[in-house]
Design a protein around this ligand. Structure first.
Ligand code: FE2
Length: 378
């Protein structure tokens, strides 16, 4: 009889399957000036115009521009007058991520399962229709005022969502720069609340914890943080959750919580197939990155072994490398992308590695501390 050897299951395959998620559908950012923010994401990050909703489409209070690059879609929403919920949110938190929308086959089922398991309702299942079909959306709260919206779009053939019209900008649509999809999205939560949100993702959404970092993994001379990584069953949705840890000085998570005035999304990691080309394009368009000391590269090959990329190119661009059992990854972090020192982006290229760059934490957090020092918030 033949024996069949099955490969070791990935950790995330333990996740419960009551909440099947196909991927990230969109991210909605509440921003002070959606028109200018859309231009920034186009000109600096290589997004293209996709859709628009505002006064011309029948909205009264808010305006939204949608930009897209490969599988990534950002909605940028601003208030059109005072006294709106969006305006209140911006007044408290500054620009930031309000919605992480998850693409599901059945938004009513996802909502019912989540609420049954203790999720707090944000939006009951709602059917939206136009000439291109119908979409069902529902939503629950996660940390802070951040929400997850479930999007069911199997009966929809339009460009984005009902209520939006195509946004055409024939005179300016940059060439994409290689950003492909959302790899992971990190939340910062209050001291002592990480395990609460780990439980939330396990119990309410059927996620499983795939990694954990304590304050010994993530600490410098001055500051520390702790982190656990939650993943859904197919590994397409990964949400690390950070909380501050006691240190001699104020950690980056504390600084975030102060300036965001609460818990929220710290960074969005977007995947590319060619981090060198992508970062060259981003830098040439004015995107600012954290810089580690060039000595980082002197011992790089010793630490991670042979890699395909030229170390001098990585050094000149400031790209970091880390290796795990399965391969290696290349990553780089932008400075915050709005007035407050809160949300930023990570650009990541995975070459087998499924982890998050633990070997870079120390160099990276020292780089963040140098920025905090300049802001007087360390
Ligand atoms: Fe990350």
């Amino acid at each position: 009889m033949n024996t069949v050897t099955t490969p070791m299951p990935k950790l995330y395959e333990k996740a419960a399957d009551f909440m099947p998620i196909n991927g990230t559908d969109y991210l909605e950012l509440y921003v002070s000036n959606s028109k200018q923010a859309a231009h920034y994401y186009k000109s600096a990050f290589g997004f293209r115009s996709l859709a628009y909703a505002g006064l011309e489409t029948g909205r009264k209070d808010t305006e939204s521009y949608v930009v897209a690059q490969d599988k990534i879609r950002l909605i940028l929403t601003s208030p059109l007058r005072s006294g709106t919920e969006v305006g209140r949110h911006i007044d408290q938190h500054g620009d930031g991520v309000k919605v992480t929308a998850l693409w599901v086959d059945d938004a009513t089922y996802a909502y019912n399962e989540a609420v049954k398991r203790g999720g707090k309702s944000y939006m009951e299942p709602k059917v939206e229709e136009d000439a291109d079909g119908r979409v069902v959306r529902s939503g629950i709260y996660t940390y802070g005022e951040t929400v997850h919206i479930f999007v069911e779009r199997k009966d929809y053939a339009g460009i984005f969502l009902p209520g939006f019209r195509k946004w055409e900008t024939p005179h300016f649509n940059p060439e994409p720069i290689g950003l492909k999809f959302v790899d992971h999205m990190v939340g910062n939560v209050q001291l002592g609340r990480m395990n609460h949100w780990v439980d939330f993702y396990e119990e309410v959404m059927g996620f499983t914890q795939i990694l954990s970092f304590d304050d010994k993994d993530i600490s410098t001379e001055f500051t520390a943080l702790m982190s656990k990584v939650m993943s859904n069953g197919n590994g397409r949705i990964k949400f690390p959750i950070n909380e501050p840890a006691a240190g001699l000085k104020k950690s980056q998570v504390d600084e975030y919580l102060d300036f965001y005035e609460g818990e929220g999304v710290q960074h969005i990691a977007v995947a590319t197939d060619n981090v060198i080309d992508t970062v060259i394009a981003l830098r040439s368009r004015g995107v600012e990155f954290l810089q580690v000391p060039t000595t980082y590269y002197d011992v790089l090959e010793e630490r991670v072994g042979k890699i395909d990329e030229d170390i001098d190119s990585l050094r000149s661009l400031g790209i970091l490398v880390d290796r795990d059992d399965e391969g290696y990854l290349l990553q780089i972090f932008t400075k915050p992308v709005q007035a407050r020192p809160t949300m930023f982006f990570e650009i990541i290229q995975r070459k087998g590695a499924t982890s998050f760059g633990k070997g870079n934490f120390k160099a990276l957090f020292e780089a963040i501390e140098r920025e905090q020092e300049l802001r007087g918030t360390l």
